[in-house]
Ligand binder design. Structure first.
Ligand code: GDP
Length: 532
């Protein structure tokens, strides 16, 4: 294997998805401990608490303690080079969160074992499912009263529609949590609850009926435990690495992130079974990561990292070839002037460091001064385009009015720049007299960011107004929208166009989507833009 191939094979680029408070930050910190990045581990928490950080650029953020900046953490573990991409969550949940998932090769899903699958997890999971990437599940907070582990597995199948293979199985929960049994390795890991993780080495046991396991559990609990293990081996999913690789089966681990218990088992398994960078779909078919020509795409733009310089950082996921500082690529926005990829940066928490070389799977931040747009392909391969960034279905909508006619230019230019950065989606209503923009977002905060930035950066004067819409469906790009006039539309359904002039329908609720679909069975409705 060449050095280049080796660099690709040892990379694991992933994100952690979870519902707020399930333990994503805690797990991230523990993973960093194993990566020897201990001294920086605190930066994750510091970022979450948002005292004084680089992303303080926006007053809005500071007022609310919101982090809009996404962090990439790179660390080494047992010969693997791990890129952990932060998925902005909590109140700053936005399309950025979804887009991060287009740049990773696998995902760790953290579930609070006392609560089961929660709403945010389900939404993020859907994007992973769409991309068919491997998903590893960590059932966290086993030191607290948890749902029955069989119920938790059942939920994965029922709610998410993914098969579950428990690699570890818990011995009790809450105050009775004694440890986990590794079903593949036949090892017993006892929980020490000392805040430092499993202080004792794992015991090799003969199997689930080993007396060392029964010694840990009260006889009645042990009996139930044995029945669970029996049931799993009879009725549970068989272990199938191939199904894991295509995202149809999730390996499940139980533990307690805060006590650092079960985390290393997860990490060890993850680096071995997680995916290295894989070929990516493009306008020219699959592009192998080992292809020597450099290629990558922009999945995130972070504006105004530094208020004194008004710079913006474009985050590139490298898909093939070797990235090197100061290389040139054709301008993805057209023209004959190539772009020099200078000032590449690697971000670790709040730290920025210059990058000389990067490989497929890596993320680099490029100081871009508005040169790139979300979804742009940067490559030396002529006419190659990645179509990795779909428009994600907005769930909240708001009208955006320009209050002062004399400031229309500021309004228009500012909005266009924010569109390029992927801050928001915009639709224009069909047959509408007003040139009012209809904003679409996955999180309410996106609207406030738009208003705030238009006012402070572009001196525009704008007003948000509530809309009756909650659902959008894309139509085929060449659909004749005039056919929908009158009958069978349903009330309050509106036709609009996205910024690529693809027609969409806006609905007040799911009921009217279903009604429309029933009345117009031959009109395909898509939750995602069909323009790919
Ligand atoms: P995030 O919102 O998903 O990033 O969650 P955090 O990592 O901030 O955790 C949310 C809360 O749960 C914090 O108070 C953590 O201390 C706590 N927590 C995280 N992991 C565990 C765990 O394994 N057991 C218990 N009891 N609490 C945990």
């Amino acid at each position: 294997m060449s050095d280049f191939q080796h660099e690709i094979q040892r990379r694991r680029t992933f994100a952690i998805i979870s519902h707020p408070d399930a333990g994503k930050t805690t797990l991230t910190e523990k993973l960093l401990l194993y990566g020897g990045a201990l001294q920086q581990a605190g930066s994750v928490r510091a970022k979450k608490n948002q005292r004084s950080t680089t992303s303080d650029w926006m007053d809005l953020e500071r007022e609310r303690g919101i982090s809009v900046s996404s962090t990439v953490l790179q660390f080494e573990y047992e010969g693997f080079c791990i890129n952990l991409l932060d998925t902005p969550g909590h109140r700053d949940f936005s399309e950025d969160t979804y887009r991060v998932l287009t740049a990773v090769d696998s995902v760790i899903m953290v579930i609070d074992a006392g609560k089961g699958i929660e709403e945010r997890t389900r939404k993020l999971f859907e994007i992973c499912r769409m991309r068919g990437i491997p998903i590893f599940t960590f059932m966290n907070k086993m030191d607290r009263p948890a749902l029955n582990p069989l119920e938790l597995l059942d939920e994965l199948e029922r709610v998410l529609g993914i098969g579950a293979f428990p690699v570890t199985w818990p011995l009790g929960d809450g105050p009775d949590f004694k440890g986990v049994y590794d079903r593949l390795e036949k090892t017993l890991h006892l929980y020490a609850n000392q805040g430092k993780g499993a202080s004792r080495a794992a015991d090799h046991v003969t199997g689930a009926d080993d007396p060392r396991i029964s010694a840990q559990l009260h006889p009645s609990i042990h009996q139930e435990w044995l029945e669970q293990i029996e049931l799993l081996s009879l009725a549970g999913e068989a272990f199938d690495d191939e199904k894991v690789r295509v995202g149809e089966l999730t390996p499940v681990f139980f533990g307690s992130a805060i006590n650092n218990f079960g985390v290393q088992l997860l990490l060890n398994y993850f680096v071995r079974h997680g995916m290295p960078p894989m070929p990516r779909k493009s306008s020219q078919g699959l592009i192998e990561p080992t292809r020597p020509d450099f290629s990558g795409f922009v999945f995130k733009i972070q504006a105004n990292m530094d208020p004194n310089h008004r710079d913006s950082l474009s985050f590139i996921r490298i898909c093939s070839g070797v990235f090197s500082k100061d290389m040139t690529v054709p301008n993805p926005r057209g023209g004959n002037k190539p772009i020099r990829l200078s000032y590449p940066q690697r971000l670790f928490g709040q730290e920025r460091e210059s990058v000389e070389t990067a490989y497929p799977g890596d993320i680099v931040g490029l100081v871009s001064h508005g040169a790139f747009r979300i979804g742009d392909t940067l490559t030396q391969i002529p006419d190659l385009h990645y179509h990795e960034i779909p428009r994600f279905p907005p769930e909240v909508f708001s009208y955006l009015h320009n209050n002062t006619p004399s400031k229309f230019k500021q309004f228009r230019d500012g909005l266009e720049q924010l569109l390029n950065e992927g801050v928001i989606q915009v639709f224009y209503l069909h047959n509408s007299q007003q040139k009012t923009a209809l904003l679409g977002a996955v999180g309410q905060l996106q609207f406030e960011v738009v208003k705030h930035r238009l006012e402070t950066e572009y001196a525009a004067d704008v007003r948000l107004e509530v809309t009756p819409f909650t659902e959008v469906r894309w139509l085929e790009p060449d659909t004749d929208v005039e056919q929908f006039k009158g009958a069978y539309m349903g009330s309050n359904v509106r036709i609009a166009f996205d910024t690529d002039h693809v027609p969409v329908l806006l609905f007040p609720d799911q009921w009217s989507v279903d009604y429309f679909a029933e009345k117009n069975p031959n009109v395909p409705l898509s939750k995602f833009s069909t323009l790919q």
